[in-house]
Structure formats: C-alpha cells, structure tokens
Design a protein around this ligand. Sequence first.
Ligand SMILES: Cc1cc2nc3c(=O)[nH]c(=O)nc-3n(C[C@H](O)[C@H](O)[C@H](O)COP(=O)(O)O)c2cc1C
Length: 365
Amino acid sequence: MILSALSPLLRVPLLANLTRDSLLKMDAETAHGATINALRLGLAPEQDYPDPPELKTTLAGLELKSPIGMAAGFDKNGEVPRPLALMGFGMVEIGTVTPRPQTGNPKPRLFRVGTAEGVINRMGFNNDGHDEVYRRLSGVRIPAALGVNIGANKDSADFTSDYARGVARFARIADYLTVNISSPNTPGLRDLQQEDSLKRLLYAVLTVRSKSPVRVPVFLKIAPDLDEVGLDAIAKVVADTDLDGLIISNTTITRDAVAGLENAGEKGGLSGKPLFDLATIRLAQMRQRTSLPIIGVGGIHSPDTALAKFEAGANAIQLYSALVFGGLDLLDRIKRGLAAAVRNAGKTNIAELVGTKTAEWAARR
Ligand SMILES: Cc1cc2nc3c(=O)[nH]c(=O)nc-3n(C[C@H](O)[C@H](O)[C@H](O)COP(=O)(O)O)c2cc1C
C-alpha cells in the first residue's frame, strides 16, 4: 500500500499498472498484497540521502536514525522488513505474529473510508505463526530497528502464555518486542488491558524476557478507546514493572469521526486520518501519567500531524494508513518537516520538542 513507492514500476512493464490510482481502485486487500509483492521484488525506491541529524533518536536504549517507523499490520509475516528499512523507516514493526499460524477473519475484511482517508480492518491476526516468521527473519540484515509485534491465537486456551511464547521465540532476533493487547478483532484480547489481567500478563512476559540472553526492550500497545480511568489503571500497573515503553494507539472501534460515510458500518478497527485526534489525546493523557518512552501512532498523515505527536508527548512515531492514500513521499516530507520544525524552534534535536503541548492535547475532548 505504499503507493508512490511504486512509481518506479512504470519502467517495469509487468507491473506498470500498479500505479497509485490503480491500487486505489483494487479491493483493499488485493492492493496490499500487490504492494508487498512489489517490495519483495525490490521495486521500491531506496532513500538516497542521510537522515537529518535533528532526527537521530535514542528510544529505550535503541539508537534510531530517525524516530519514524512502519506500524504493525503492514508486514504481518516479516516478508519485507529490509526493503522498508531501505525506504527510510527508522524502525520496522512486523506482526502481529501468533504462536500458531491462523487465517484470520473471512474476506472482505479490509475497507477504505476514502472520503475521510480512513481504513477499517477486521483482519483478525492472519499470519504465518512463530516458526515460519522466525525462520524468515533469521539472518536478514535490516538497517533499522526491527520490532516484532506478538499476539495470541484466537482459539488459544491461555492468551498470557501465547505472549510469553512470543517473547521466548523472538527475543534473540528482535531489536524490540511489542505486546499487542489492543486489537479489536480477537474477541477478549482487549480485556487484557484491565488491571489484574495486565499485571499477570506483564509479569509472565517480563519474567521470560529476564531469562533471555539479551535484554530486549518490550513495549505495550494499547487501544485509544480506554477512558482516563482505564489509562490510570495501566499507568499504575506498568509503574511497578520494568516495561520499556508504550505504543499509543491501535485502531478504534468508535465511528464518530466517520459517521455516515462509506463503509463506516463495517465492523473492525478504524485507522487513518479520522483516528488522529482521539489517538493523540490519549497519547497526551498517558504522557501525563508516565515518563516511559511512548511511540505515538494513529492518523499521522502530514508533517504537521507527525510534529503534533511529538508535542503531545511521543518520543517516536509510526504510521500505516496514510501510506494507502498519500504514498511514500509522505515519509520524506515528514522527515524534512520535522527537521525544519526543530531548527525553527531554535533547537537541535526532535527530543527537545517532546511534550511541549501535552497539556493542550490532554485537555481536548
Ligand atoms: C490493515 C491493518 C492491519 C493492522 N494490523 C495490526 C496488527 O496486526 N497488529 C497491531 O498491533 N496493529 C495493527 N494495525 C494497527 C496499526 O499498527 C496502527 O496502530 C493503526 O493503524 C493506527 O495507525 P495509522 O492511523 O497510521 O494506520 C493494523 C492496521 C491496519 C490498517
């Protein structure tokens, strides 16, 4: 779905019809498959300039060339982390991966809300499972931080142990792990965000991490649909652990931002532009409750919205849906825009803009 990334394909007769417009005309999941294939074939452009020094970031001990990552769900099976890194992402998060392979929900399960630049998905963790993805990633050189996002099988008798297995499996090859308890498409998964379940889950996950030969940073990815009481509970639980950071947020089950628009009635999680305000408000509200590193995700679609995430309190950002509508030059524009914002503020690094507008964002409703 990285559409303008495909413009060099115009020189490749076989794939010449994979322009941004033609991808937007295809069924959304077919278009996504075509994009993954194009990346696998090495047809994406590579970034040909060094990242601006203003964007160099340390995140939970990770040294990042830039704090802009590909969010989970784009490369669920770890097929194209290297091309994504070469395109210029400072982190690439693959997954969600579950212990056993699973097919996910019946198709269609991915929809565009085109007029709002939103996406609704109810994929349901379709993926190849731990063993296959581990095998695929082993030995691949990825010039970016590799995140592995782990989850639970839909029919698992014990969600917590699925996450523990994910840590055991990927701790050695991932630069960081994400414990994803916020997908709306696996029934019961988001209940893990409740205080007692979360305590048990993090205890199990971090105990396994403590036994792995390297200390891989672990992030927890949460939903934007939590209220402030829910955020309080999470902040309280994580304060008593050695979790490394939070990712805020996953998709929303709310539809206020797309009411009456095409596909708005489809079940699943909404992402893209219509998620931006909600996800940024939750990010700021969590920033007021924790000093842990936070990766801000949800609705970034321009240099300004990328900057807003940092101002709201993010230490790094990820994006996905906007690439469906905007194309890869978005990544380039965001980098240049952020670097310019740093300089215009009289600063030298993006870290100095983190949290400068947290209170403003947190107070929004
Ligand atoms: C088609 C699709 C599949 C996704 N799959 C996953 C997933 O497997 N695991 C996960 O943690 N997030 C998943 N996400 C959520 C994204 O990682 C991200 O949190 C969300 O889309 C908000 O960012 P965006 O508005 O930039 O897309 C998925 C999103 C989309 C659109």
